[in-house]
Design a protein. Structure first.
Length: 389
């Protein structure tokens, strides 16, 4: 189990702007004293009432309500700046590669209701029973080389009768609590990476922004998880101090159906930071977890022509080769084989203006190592004269 360390960054008065009224806030000369805001949707629903001392997860609220406080769901034995302990049946899970969010560290938990099972699928997101709850805790380090970090937000994805619901909670350390926000928030932050300090705006997403990344309109419009695919989950993890394949663990716990007997048959996307792996597979793994949720059939970026899933073997137009950067005002090509310096995919990873960057939301900083990886990979591709020159 991963441990978090004492928080270093201070919350400013503006940090409550996405949660509701600030009429109860008072200040002193050296500190902001914050009082939790009112629920943005009105009075906290009755199902959200916390039963003090109960050991049971509030499944009724999870399946029906947008609760004011994260603790109303009773998902954790402890959730603080020093440790995270999920309540049973919640377990931590990990991905081979993670979507970049301004160097935030992410701690993921899955809760599957008793006597329910996940349905295994080969390529797409698994199918999940009603009540399944995915929790992602975002923690921002002051320096990427250090263990010191601060919880900044918690996102929930809950499978309900009418589909997946997205809930975002702004973490307020002074109350050891997350507060539900529809409008999101912008938090002025500082982080050091590779010895350089970066002052930036960390953006907690609005409700509508969650839908943008998680939507899929192929057939019938719906929201879907991003990372819960076999290729991202097939890895060894430490559970109860023992090493075990994560999917085998789920099978042993009785929460997944139809898992292949031979896990080596799963076309597994590697950790893109693992330099011992093939360069092209590392690049494809990064593009899959960071880009393919939009650049797929039915995704919000489908009109670009890009299809970035790892399982696509041909490095062709769908992967960006000589694709004329559809929809971007600059023109040029997403991938110009042999010319990483002229290709727009690595370029747009380095841009931060909203009209130019990719992904268009979810980050303010540049993932420099990833941009270099993609450029290096493109340099190895056989040269093509995309421009006809």
């Amino acid at each position: 189990m991963k441990r978090l360390h004492p928080l270093l960054l201070c919350l400013s008065l503006s940090s409550l702007s996405g949660c509701g009224s600030d009429s109860n806030q008072t200040t002193t000369t050296d500190k902001v004293i914050s009082v939790p805001p009112n629920h943005p949707l009105g009075e906290n629903p009755e199902l959200c009432a916390t039963q003090e001392g109960t050991k049971l997860i509030n499944w009724a609220a999870l399946e029906n309500e947008y609760c004011y406080e994260l603790s109303n769901f009773n998902l954790f034995e402890k959730l603080s700046s020093t440790s995270i302990i999920p309540k049973s049946p919640g377990i931590i899970y990990e991905l081979n590669s993670s979507l970049f969010t301004d160097h935030a560290r992410k701690y993921r938990y899955i809760y599957v209701p008793e006597n329910s099972k996940i349905g295994y699928t080969e390529l797409e997101s698994f199918s999940f029973p009603i009540g399944t709850t995915l929790v992602k805790v975002f923690s921002l380090p002051s320096d990427t080389s250090l263990d010191i970090e601060e919880i900044i937000e918690i996102r929930l994805l809950i499978k309900r009768n009418n589909g997946w619901a997205t809930l975002v909670y702004k973490w307020l350390n002074e109350f050891s609590e997350g507060y539900f926000t529809v409008a999101g928030d912008i938090i002025e932050s500082t982080i050091s990476h590779n010895g350089l300090a970066n002052l930036f705006d960390y953006r907690i997403p609005t409700f509508g922004q969650c839908v943008t990344c998680h939507q899929n309109n192929e057939g019938e419009a719906h929201i879907t998880p991003i990372g819960l695919k076999a290729r991202h989950l097939n890895k060894k993890i430490i559970f109860n101090e023992l090493e075990i394949n994560q999917l085998v663990l789920w099978d042993n716990l009785g929460i997944i159906d139809n898992l292949p007997n031979d896990l080596s048959t799963i076309d597994t996307a590697p950790d893109w930071k693992d330099t011992s792996k093939d360069l092209q597979n590392r690049a494809k793994a990064y593009l899959d977890i960071n880009c393919a949720h939009c650049h797929t059939e039915g995704g919000s970026g489908a009109l670009s022509g890009l299809r970035m899933e790892y399982w696509r073997k041909a490095i062709d137009y769908s992967h960006g080769v000589c694709n004329e950067s559809q929809g971007w005002r600059v023109g040029g090509f997403d991938i110009w084989p042999g010319r990483g310096d002229l290709s727009h995919i690595p370029l747009r990873i380095t841009l931060t203006a909203a009209k130019d960057r990719m992904p268009p939301i979810g980050r303010s900083l540049v993932d420099e190592e990833a941009a270099q990886l993609i450029s290096d990979w493109i340099d190895t591709l056989p040269y093509q004269a995309c421009s006809g020159v």
